[in-house]
Design a protein around this ligand. Structure first.
Ligand code: AMP
Length: 453
């Protein structure tokens, strides 16, 4: 009889653009988040955690239906009860939702938050662009003062410097408030209409839905057209112009190098007035100097003088209309930033920041035989109470193999606990540097541990 062929079950792999983080990498992420949180705390920010899933309205109303994030990149799901939920693609709209929902209007203002967590966008995944990525964010709610924009930028720069990054530049622009925007959009739309025959079809459609985004289009034809496009700064109302001027003055006072990028508009509907992105390396060269040849192939990316792609490490801006887009009767001005943790840790000059909780093992605990293993759990408890971090291998029974491993891992002491020690109620403590061994009674172990260097 012919044997029935059983189909080999394939071992599942992680979803494209989403990664497992463990070992040294895990500690690097953790170390960065701890350092960033510490910096934020000193500037007056307090922590917040919002859920990973949100009602889709938070982003369709908050971020805007015609933005790339909402239109193309959101992971959406419908629950059995019929709710439309999404995996959060960004943080600001969710933090504003939390502010409105939890009555923070009555708190002293501004309400300043920091957060970190996973965010999700169905983007074309490549180096530095993932579908699940980690951001560290800062949000300030309830102040329209220019100093708040400066504090957000300053805190971000301090976090990036604490992470060891050098040669940072901020590209900044102002797209104004509602009045300035209305005037600017009219000018911009009329300019594009004049050039509509030279524009690609997709961009012609975009003119109707989100004309601002045409400014940072990556299409070579658009790059050429954009060279002479009107800039938003010329359309600013006196109040918006004053706000922008003050932000720049703060940056100068803080000696933060900046470059005004007239084409920077950012992808989301909620931005008003200040928008910025932070890059490492030389600032963006004017398109006119690049002979219309740009290698830009996505948002948050531009080219340096050598023409190689640079990716934004952090980005943000002011969002004075977000609260009202979310349905709030009261206007709550805000400003925030999101720092891309994955992108920072990818850089050569990113410091290895060790988390506070992680301690190098001081003792390698070797237990040989079943009886010893049984009793070893009590010894591990003595070590834990004495705050001695340990490493142990439960599967290896050979003493020499375990000693070899302890040596390789540069662990200063080994505790050896075999059959004989178990019967005598002793452990052997071996100094891995001098190879000196002491036999210590388990009852005296707690006191003896204090003598270990
Ligand atoms: P955004 O929320 O688009 O303003 O992005 C803020 C920062 O998050 C960017 O400057 C990046 O550093 C990071 N970021 C955004 N999207 C991704 C992604 N898909 N993968 C990794 N990092 C990202």
């Amino acid at each position: 009889m012919e044997k029935k062929k059983t189909k080999k079950k394939e071992v599942p792999v992680s979803v494209k653009g989403m990664h497992d983080i463990y070992g040294e990498d895990f500690y690097r992420y953790q170390g960065f988040i701890e350092k960033a949180s510490e910096v934020a705390m000193y500037y007056g920010f307090t922590p917040i955690e919002t859920p990973t899933l949100e009602d889709e309205a938070v982003f369709t109303s908050g971020v805007g239906k015609n933005t790339d994030i909402v239109e193309k990149e959101m992971y959406e799901l419908k629950t059995k009860g019929g709710s439309h939920l999404v995996l959060r693609p960004e943080g600001s709209a969710a933090v504003m939702r939390a502010y409105l929902e939890n009555g923070m209007q009555s708190w002293p203002h501004p309400v300043m938050f920091y957060y970190s967590g996973n965010f999700f966008r169905h983007e074309r995944s490549q180096k530095g662009r993932y579908r699940q990525f980690k951001q560290f964010g800062l949000e300030s709610l309830g102040s329209s003062k220019s100093i708040m924009d400066a504090i957000i930028i300053h805190t971000t720069m301090t976090v990036l410097c604490a992470a060891g990054l050098k040669d940072l530049t901020i590209e900044i622009n102002s797209i104004g408030g509602e009045d300035s925007r209305e005037k600017y959009l009219k000018e911009l739309t009329s300019y594009y209409r004049k050039n509509i025959n030279d524009m690609p079809t997709a961009e012609q459609k975009r003119l109707k839905t989100n004309p601002l985004r045409l400014l940072d289009s990556k299409d070579p034809k658009m790059i050429a057209i954009n060279e002479d496009a009107p800039d938003s700064i010329s359309s600013l109302t006196p109040a918006d112009r004053q706000h922008f001027k003050e932000v720049l003055e703060y940056l100068e006072e803080l000696e933060i190098p900046y470059v005004i990028n007239n084409h920077l508009v950012r992808g989301l509907d909620y931005y008003t007035r200040t928008v910025f992105e932070i890059y490492q390396g030389e600032p963006k060269k004017k398109e006119s100097e690049e002979n219309g040849e740009s290698k830009k192939d996505d948002e948050n990316e531009n080219t340096n003088q050598e023409g190689s792609a640079r990716i934004a490490l952090a980005a943000g801006g002011r969002y004075d209309n977000l609260s009202e887009s979310l349905g709030s009767k009261k206007n709550v001005p805000g400003v925030g930033v999101a720092i891309g943790i994955d992108r920072i840790l990818m850089l050569d000059d990113a410091k290895k920041l060790t988390p506070k909780l992680v301690k190098k093992p001081k003792v390698y605990f070797i237990q040989i035989g079943f009886e010893a293993k049984l009793k070893s759990l009590h010894i591990i408890e003595i070590l834990r109470k004495a705050h001695i971090p340990i490493k142990q291998t439960l599967n290896k029974d050979s003493l020499s193999a375990q000693l070899g491993l302890a040596e390789k891992l540069e662990i200063p002491y080994c505790i050896i606990f075999g059959q004989k020690e178990c019967l005598d109620n002793n452990v052997i403590i071996r100094n891995m540097e001098t190879h000196k061994q002491d036999t210590v009674n388990i009852d005296d172990l707690k006191d003896h541990l204090k003598t270990l260097k």
